[in-house]
Design a protein. Structure first.
Length: 59
């Protein structure tokens, strides 16, 4: 599973935990989801840059 999938899973856990009143669990899951999402964004940006730079070498 990739980072985006894990971020979505932790976001859903945070929403469910927040709905049932587990504020500590919700805050922890939301923090993990946020961190994983930003890691995903950084990796995605790196791959886009590599595609733009290295794409000319492939063609």
């Amino acid at each position: 599973m990739d980072f985006l999938t894990w971020a979505i899973i932790f976001a859903v856990i945070a929403i469910i935990a927040g709905f049932f009143g587990f504020s500590g669990v919700a805050a922890g899951a939301a923090t993990v989801a946020r961190i994983l999402f930003f890691i995903f964004l950084v990796i995605a940006a790196i791959f886009v840059i590599l595609l733009l730079v290295g794409g000319a070498a492939v063609t």
